[in-house]
Design a protein around this ligand. Structure first.
Ligand SMILES: Nc1ncnc2c1ncn2[C@@H]1O[C@H](COP(=O)(O)OP(=O)(O)OP(=O)(O)O)[C@@H](O)[C@H]1O
Ligand SMILES: [Mg+2]
Length: 464
């Protein structure tokens, strides 16, 4: 995930830009183009958006960038409702969108027009961007003199010249021939992963599954009529993105299957095969899909084992093979799997084939002091654990910030058998206490909000 170290350090889990339950109806149309779309773009991540033609991908980009308004739902920039154009976002279009009567340099300078930079400043920064993107020597050329690949470089330079916090790309390589596209894509990937650009997050629309798998930390597959997120998949660990291998093939096949079976339950299908990003509002929103289970099943793992396991993995180079782990830790396979599942669920580790890898956040979690460790855990737990999120919301809403354990158990019994409901409850209490989200008084049977680490979840998407 942290493929980028911008000027200031990445804040794990921090959401830069979000669409919550967005709906879009064009003009006097009756049918929406987007319905209940929730997408969160986090610090340091590269998201790819795949989906059929007409599923509203470009529309979503335009709404997020502030080029148009949603008909319903919220767009949040750093957690605040967006007003007007978002100056922190730059877009690269498939069509290049260059002005034919302006030179390369002038086209790139255009990106800075809205910033109020002086002429000198604009020129200086434009030349720097031109250099960065491999266009030097072409400053005075006009678009018609350029090949498609060079034209798109101008598109990139014009976007990057503003040093955008977030970069949007709408099928940036699909108008180019295959080799040119691949070449430019590789260069972009290097700029991003080597931190040459200060951009903190990227959202790219593509029709190309391979491209999505090569680049993305997260892959969202859209469905149409109306446009919605069908499923959200974890990208491959960095080391496996560009090379051929079974994990890569598996992910490509899974996405291919999902996209060629538009009416199939994408979440259920993906769950059997690849790492799915634990449900936020994805899928749940889709009117054509069945509602997913209310809460994920939490593996029966205590916090000490969980943190110990992450520490251990960190000590073995951030990865481990299941067989060796089971031997070295002298654990039964199912206990080990529960640990792996828990770290995976929380986004601290990824599982590919028989290997477990710490994610960048997992690695960080292993390295920091206790207070920061807890802060990271708090963020990932709220992000990934729907039950925990639900409890914290209930606590927020309760007048005394206290709720009864009995109520939570009742609720869990809608999804789990009695014994399992109790076990889920114990696990979530263990995790929530460690995260200092709440305290639990066993004698009184009460959960109480921890005021010190209060997280306001009211702006977050509703759970299903
Ligand atoms: N300005 C507009 N006015 C009316 N309808 C529009 C407008 N722009 C797009 N649409 C319609 O909204 C739907 C979604 O369009 P959009 O361009 O967002 O889809 P997309 O997923 O980007 O498709 P593609 O993959 O072909 O680029 C389409 O049915 C399209 O015809
Ligand atoms: Mg489009």
């Amino acid at each position: 995930m942290a493929t980028l170290a911008p000027a200031s350090p990445i804040v794990p889990g921090s959401v830069l830009l979000a669409a919550h339950n967005v709906r879009k109806v064009y003009g006097h149309d009756r049918t929406p183009v987007l319905e209940n779309v929730t997408v969160e773009l986090r610090d340091g991540e590269f998201i790819a958006l795949l989906g059929p033609s007409g599923s509203g991908k470009s529309t979503l980009l335009r709404i997020l960038a502030g080029l148009m308004d949603a008909s319903a739902g919220d767009v949040l920039v750093h957690g605040e409702p967006r007003r007007g154009l978002n100056p922190d976002i730059a877009i690269v279009f498939q069509s290049f969108a260059l002005f034919p009567w302006l030179t390369v340099l002038q086209n790139v300078e255009l990106g800075l027009l809205a910033t109020g930079a002086s002429d000198d400043e604009r020129r200086r920064r434009a030349l720097k961007a031109i250099d960065l993107i491999g266009l030097d020597g072409y400053e005075e050329a006009f678009p018609k003199e350029l090949s498609g690949g060079m034209k798109q470089r101008v598109g990139f330079a014009r976007a990057l010249v503003v040093e955008p916090e977030v970069l949007f790309m709408d099928e940036p390589f699909s108008a180019l021939d295959v080799l040119t596209g691949e070449n430019l894509r590789g260069e972009l990937q290097d700029l991003w992963s080597e931190h040459t650009i200060p951009t903190r997050a990227v959202l790219m629309v593509t029709h190309n599954i391979d491209e999505a798998v090569s680049l993305a930390d997260r892959i969202l597959v859209f469905g149409a009529n109306p446009g919605h997120v069908r499923v959200e998949l974890s990208g491959l660990p960095l080391a496996e993105r560009r090379k051929k291998g079974p994990a890569r093939a598996q992910l490509v096949d899974t996405i291919y299957h999902i996209m060629t079976n538009p009416t199939e339950d994408a979440i259920a299908f993906a769950e059997q095969r690849v790492a799915r990003v634990p449900s936020r509002a994805t899928g749940a929103a889709a009117p054509v899909e069945r509602a997913p289970r209310r809460y994920q099943t939490l593996p029966d793992v205590g916090i000490d084992d969980l943190t110990g396991f992450v520490q251990y993995l960190s000590g073995t180079g951030g990865r481990g093979n299941l067989h060796e782990l089971s031997r070295d830790l002298q654990m039964r396979a199912d206990d080990l799997l529960a640990l792996v599942e828990a770290t995976d669920l929380l986004g601290l580790a990824d599982m590919q084939e028989r290997q477990v890898f710490l994610t960048p956040i997992g690695q960080r979690f292993a390295e920091v002091e206790l207070d920061e460790e807890k802060a990271i855990f708090r963020t990932v737990a709220i992000e990934h654990i729907s039950l925990l999120r639900h409890i914290v919301r209930e606590l927020e809403d309760a007048p005394t910030h206290t709720i009864e354990a009995e109520g939570v158990l009742d609720d869990l019994e809608h999804s789990f058998s009695g014994a399992e409901a109790r076990r889920q409850f114990e696990t979530v209490v263990d995790w929530g206490r460690y995260a200092e989200l709440f305290t639990y008084d066993d004698a009184a049977g009460e959960l109480r909000l921890d005021e010190e680490h209060r997280m306001d979840l009211r702006t977050k998407a509703q759970d299903a």
